[in-house]
Ligand binder design. Structure first.
Ligand SMILES: [Zn+2]
Length: 304
């Protein structure tokens, strides 16, 4: 137990070190940022899990650049994967809200893959994205995406019926403040949908300090309970949550392993096993599912 800055959720100042940080001298040579992080604490009063940074931003920037390059190398396949995953999320959203005619805002829109997937089913689709490059790429495809942080975005109050944040909330440095901003942007009766990983899931608990979602750029690790509490504190009414599986095509995994770990024993075994099979289109497109439902989509509304 140690004294820490006040908890974002409950204001408590006592927290327990859950996982000591493991960022070290290997920061330049490490190829993966999964399970690589600064000290992670859990609030003794409410259970909220947070990462407290000790390393400076230049170090993070260098790490992210390396990862971005790897993502781009896998490019087109990565886009197809995201598109498939967004279709599954849209089905979960439609359990709570019809999308026809709604004014939608996607926060952390990235290059606009979700907006592109959803735009023909909604009234208007807009986005906000902190990366200038990603926002410019979205705009070049005719999508309405503002570059910049949510706190500085030019958006009218009560201008949206549905707001989405997919794998974004864990990256925010002050999620309480951003949720308060989004509460104002929603029309009364409007709904917000937030996806993130569950630090209380079986996979996370079994993996302990090796849970891949413990990452440098993830400042918060929620459970459905702690995220619900933060939303309710902001004024939202929680409607419920669904766990969902992430899945990847065989072709995508094959390329990911070949590009990320070239010449590794794993890549060679994969190659020997899969290259004959990959000539069969049905096998290329077959999907492999994550073994655990460690992601969830939480729905909440702004009361009328
Ligand atoms: Zn707390």
């Amino acid at each position: 137990m140690s004294s820490t800055p006040p908890c974002t959720l409950c204001g408590g100042t006592s927290a327990t070190l859950l996982f000591p940080g493991n960022i070290g001298e290997d920061i330049g040579s490490r190829f993966s940022q999964y399970a690589y992080y600064d000290d992670i604490f859990r609030c003794d009063s409410c259970g909220l899990v947070v990462q407290r940074r000790r390393h400076d931003l230049d170090v993070i920037a260098a790490l992210l650049k390396a990862e971005k390059y790897l993502d781009e190398a896998i490019g087109t396949l990565n886009l197809i994967e995201k598109h498939v995953q967004f279709e599954a999320l849209i089905r979960l959203i439609e359990k709570h809200r019809g999308l026809s005619g709604v004014r939608l805002l996607d926060v952390g829109a990235n290059t606009g893959v979700f907006l592109k997937t959803v735009k023909d089913r909604v009234g208007t689709a807009r986005g906000v994205e902190p990366s200038r490059e990603a926002a410019a790429q979205a705009r070049s495809q005719g999508l309405d995406v503002q570059a910049g942080l949510l706190a500085n975005a030019v958006l009218d109050d009560q201008a949206f019926d549905v707001i989405t944040l997919f794998d974004v909330i864990e990256h925010l440095t002050d999620p309480g403040a951003d949720l308060a901003t989004l509460f104002r942007k929603l029309a009364p009766g409007g709904a917000i949908f937030i996806s993130t990983h569950d630090i209380g899931s079986l996979l996370a608990r079994l993996s302990g300090p090796h849970y891949p979602m413990l990452m440098y750029q993830h400042f918060y690790h929620f459970t459905p309970r702690t995220l619900s509490a933060l939303l309710e504190k902001t004024g939202f009414r929680v409607l419920g949550y669904d766990r969902f599986l992430k899945s990847w095509s065989v072709e995508y995994l094959y390329n990911l392993i070949a590009k990320k770990w070239p010449d590794s024993g794993l890549a060679r075994r994969f190659e020997a096993l899969l290259s004959p099979l990959l000539r069969v289109p049905a096998i290329r497109r077959a999907r492999i599912t994550s073994p655990q439902r460690d992601f969830f989509l939480l729905a909440a509304e702004k009361p009328r």
